[in-house]
Design a protein around this ligand. Structure first.
Ligand code: ARG
Length: 571
């Protein structure tokens, strides 16, 4: 069992024994070494309920709790906290087990079907920097869910439907007629801009475009084939970005807005049958008491416009209904910009009311803030255009290449490129994932590419340092037991044993920065360990310590892999 649930369950039993069965044990990793390894913070709550002096109650809990062979000391601190120090032999055995386990001690949850919806770009244009966060946060969360034993469906809910596709198809036909179509599609951004210009300047073109929207939605074969062609090209641009980013999304994960097209009239019918739909100014709307407009009246969510057209929310209702009924999901994480918070609150409220999703299906908006440019303003090129994501990734790799070449001029170019690609992309992703996702942050090349501090290059380098130890030892006793004696050994082993707790916290709250902070801490603890506890001295290898090194390397690699960041054996 992971350490936190284990300690919590033992203290829960102790609380029952002292007459406070309803009190929460609230065990947490200690925030400072002088507080022990863990701290039990639930004494105060229980003392209040029982009307007892907290320090006296703390002693009773210490007397009652069964942590024989797990904790070495339990101490009362402050007004009534219990500081817990784990037993070295227990930790050693824990680490030993983790080392043999394919999940490195990370407890496996009973499998649920978790969907992680991310990236979800609009296919009319190329991916730009605004798509970075959803794509990498979502990918990390999907990896974490799989690692704790969930059955995971990744979903790329691309915007492949709507009026702009009529315009794009009309322009594609023009380009085909002049024989330029294939070339034009190579630059989607330019394609969109030129199509839009045609739409704005030429009334005939605009009418044709509108006509194509109707044909597209009506299932016209020719228009649909052209639309399909456009979608394919656009998705292939996305796939190139996903590959460069080491993000596990492919065509099989795509189920775009168009997929739900035929379900939209059914959504309207079902909402009506349930008495949730009302006509308001010609439109079909749902009034939600939970949300008030500025006049304090229930907010209306439009489901179908007066002209019969459907909205973004209608498609999302169709998607929820499908995911619950057909895919049987238990939980859905929507990794989408925080600016869509209201949309998701309303959407989830309607979905629950309409029973498209039963109460026990968890629908969660995993909101994130905005990535700002180095000047603190919206991220733009010098000329004020949006930055294409692929250009940003290329720049990350080029900058990393310059750094790696400076550090390691002796390596051949192919090796330097390989290192630079992992470091550049890793740095970019880690800089994002290591910040609390709900806040905005300022992009900074120098900070993210630094080999010092809480960065990907630092962690990637730490990993290679651990691996290099193994290249120096020739022979050691694989069967030697792990023995922990020094404080630095205890601290590192404890950190390694916490991997399960941390991964589970990320799986629960979808906060990848907790994993980043943890990995940074593992790397820091390792440095201290390596300074204080010789692994290899006078030609003699300390096999116990080498095994701790082994688990350190494995945890760093697995942790970075959960973030979608590659490690190298040497750099
Ligand atoms: N395509 C949308 C956009 O670019 C994001 C879709 C988010 N997902 C959803 N189910 N609504 O704004």
């Amino acid at each position: 069992m992971s350490l936190l649930p284990l300690l919590n369950s033992r203290f829960a039993a102790a609380l029952s024994a002292v007459g406070a069965p309803d009190a929460q044990p609230l065990v947490q990793a200690a925030s400072r070494p002088e507080f022990g390894d863990y701290q039990m913070n639930g004494v105060m709550g229980a003392a209040k309920a029982l009307k007892l002096n907290p320090r006296e109650l703390a002693q009773k809990i210490i007397d009652a709790v069964d942590l024989a062979g797990i904790a070495s000391t339990l101490e009362i601190a402050g007004p009534g906290f219990i500081n817990i120090k784990l037993d070295n032999a227990y930790l050693a055995a824990y680490v030993e087990t983790a080392l043999k386990d394919e999940h490195l001690g990370v407890e496996q949850s009973p499998a649920q079907h978790v969907m992680v919806e991310y990236s979800s770009v609009n296919l009319a244009k190329e991916m730009h920097v605004g798509h970075l966060r959803s794509t990498i946060i979502g990918d990390a969360l999907a990896r974490v869910q799989s690692f704790v034993g969930m059955s995971v469906t990744r979903q790329n809910h691309v915007g492949d439907w709507g009026t702009q596709f009529g315009m794009l198809v009309a322009f594609l036909i023009e380009e085909q007629q002049s024989g330029n179509a294939e070339l034009a599609l190579k630059d989607l951004e330019g394609f969109y801009r030129r199509a839009k210009a045609r739409f704005d300047e030429d009334e005939n073109f605009a009418n044709t475009a509108r006509d194509y929207v109707v044909k597209l939605q009506g299932g016209d074969a020719e228009v649909n084939a052209l639309w399909q062609r456009f979608v394919e090209v656009s998705l292939s641009h996305c796939n190139a970005v996903y590959q460069k980013l080491n993000v596990l999304l492919d065509d099989g994960d795509v189920r775009g807005e168009s997929f739900y097209n035929n379900d939209l009239p059914i959504i309207v019918d079902e909402l009506r049958e349930q008495g949730l739909l009302v006509e308001s100014e010609g439109a079909q709307v749902v009034f939600l008491d939970e949300f008030k407009n500025k006049d304090g009246e229930p907010q209306a969510s439009i489901i179908q416009k007066k002209d019969g057209g459907y909205l973004y929310a209608t498609t999302d209702l169709g998607a929820i209904r499908f995911r619950v009924r057909e895919l049987k999901i238990d939980r859905c994480l929507y990794v989408v910009d925080a600016r869509q918070a209201l949309h998701f609150q309303q959407l989830f409220t309607i979905a629950k009311k309409a029973k498209f999703a039963p109460e026990n299906v968890s629908l969660e908006h995993i909101a994130f803030g905005t990535m700002m440019g180095e000047d603190g303003k919206p991220f733009k090129t010098r000329s004020g255009d949006v930055v294409k994501l692929v250009d940003l990734l290329d720049e990350a790799q080029e900058r990393a290449f310059a750094l790696v070449s400076e550090k390691n001029p002796g390596l051949d170019e192919a090796t330097r490129r390989e290192i630079a690609n992992a470091v550049g992309i890793g740095a970019l992703k880690y800089a994002d994932l290591s910040k609390s996702r709900t806040t905005d942050y300022i992009f900074n090349w120098n900070a993210m590419l630094s080999f010092e501090g809480n960065t990907a290059p630092y962690l990637q380098y730490a990993y290679t340092r651990v691996k290099s130890i193994f290249r120096k030892v020739s022979d050691y006793d694989q069967n030697a037991a792990i023995v922990l004696t020094e404080p630095a050994e205890h601290a590192l082993a404890l950190e390694l044993a916490r991997f399960s707790d941390v991964v589970h916290a990320v799986a629960k709250d979808s906060q990848p920065h907790l994993l980043c902070a943890y990995l940074y801490s593992v790397a820091t603890m390792f440095s201290r360990f390596y300074e204080n506890c010789p692994v290899n001295q006078d030609g003699v290898t300390n096999a116990s310590r080498l095994k701790v090194c082994d688990l350190t390397a494995k945890v760093l690699a697995a942790g970075l892999n959960l973030l979608g960041i590659k490690v190298l054996e040497a750099m």
